[in-house]
Write a protein that binds this ligand. Sequence first.
Ligand code: UDP
Length: 483
Amino acid sequence: MDSEEAPGVVEMFFFPFVGGGHQIPMIDTARVFASHGAKSTIIATPTSAPLFQKTISRDQQIGRQISIHALRLPQDAVSPDADMSATPFTDTSVLQEPLRLFLLDRRPDCIVVDWFHRWAAELIDGLRIKRIFFTGGGIFSRCVMDNVRRHTPHEKVGSDYEPFLVPGLPDRIELTRSQLPPFAGENSGRVNNMRKGEETSFGSLINSFYELEPAYVAYFRKEMGKKSWIIGPVSLCNRNVADKAERGKQASIDEQSCLRWLDDKEPDSVLYISFGSLARFSPQQLLEIAHGLEASNHPFIWVVGKIFNKSEGTREEEENWLPDGFEERIKESKKGLIIRGWAPQLLILEHAAVGAFMTHCGWNSTLEGVSSGVPMITWPISAEQFFNEKLVTDVLGIGVRVGSVEWMSFNVEKKALVGREKVEVAVKRLMGGDGDGAAEAVEMRRRAREFAEKAKRAVEEGGSSSEDADALIEELKSCRNEA
Ligand code: UDP
């Protein structure tokens, strides 16, 4: 059935990019719109489609109009998305022709496209289909980036470590040049093209919620003139254990044993540590984390993904980089659980035993931490993560910095290690603390819980995100009537 056959139902296509941080929120977004009565079609590749097929089947079983369309690739073409750690530089242009053919066949009311499909805007606009822009990021970071680009305050300081104020923002936001992504001040053809992709779009879909960053939503819409629908946190559409356990890909740990481990712990006593789908730490950095965790003496779940190795580039975990006897000790004392590979992050974060989240501040993880009401230890690495850290610590007041000061691409060895003492201090500060420290931790936890409540209300009927999702559907309907 296409849009012409169902006059009352708006038909939306969703075209996710590869890699966890982009693919996962777009799938959730498609599910959100299906729950609001739209007919959602996820455009996938033959290799990515099976990753979320089960979740989509469950949605279909409860009557949602949602499906996956796997593009047919030319013979011998290699699908660009081997697994959740595919990088932002992945070239997806092999999908161009199959997408064109599909869009010629089925004309939706709109297509939501990840901006990393760098070729897609031209193709879709050429077919005169409404294109909705999606970066996967939040609003605060976009405002910071825009003002850095506009006012270039980073060019007026004497060193990479001298703080500068980002002018024109609702809050006092200080950064250093060392924390800026190389593309922050860039005005290259590539960056301008991506920016133009937003300007010429029908509008932007944002995974955030109004109550999280209200001053920045206003700034984004009024000062920056962006037409946008803010419809998150989209991760909250995962309501049952199976959806949470299989999100992204099948977890490397059986979810029941993970939950049992957590069930044995006191409320708010466990620290969850994960650096997302892409980041790679060296064995030396992992060793520092292990020592810091052991010294802090708080229970933890630590997700260790791919490991950076200087001589051989990135590789799967294999060498013994832990301190002597570490694993035996944490197993015996039941103090720690290491997950090698992929963790069921939502299940863990939402468990009552989890009291804090050490995160690289990827936007999805940040928002998932907010939605679960846990304060955060921020350890930004690349992308716009240093901006997200500022939001968590300076604006929202729900996190402490571990002390990461250097922006580095996710696949490059870090210049400096974050030492074990810094890890220990940050964990103790957030998980307990004494004297003034304890009061600070309690206050952060209270604020984090408040934001989690607001997040839940935003996606409920009548909430700000729910209303924005409906508003987009209504706008698409009225466009159709005008056509
Ligand atoms: N994720 C997960 N299990 C893992 C690692 C990541 O479920 O072991 C999910 C996480 O919940 C989030 C996404 O993958 O939804 C990562 O996105 P984020 O923006 O936080 O970081 P990125 O991976 O893009 O750096």
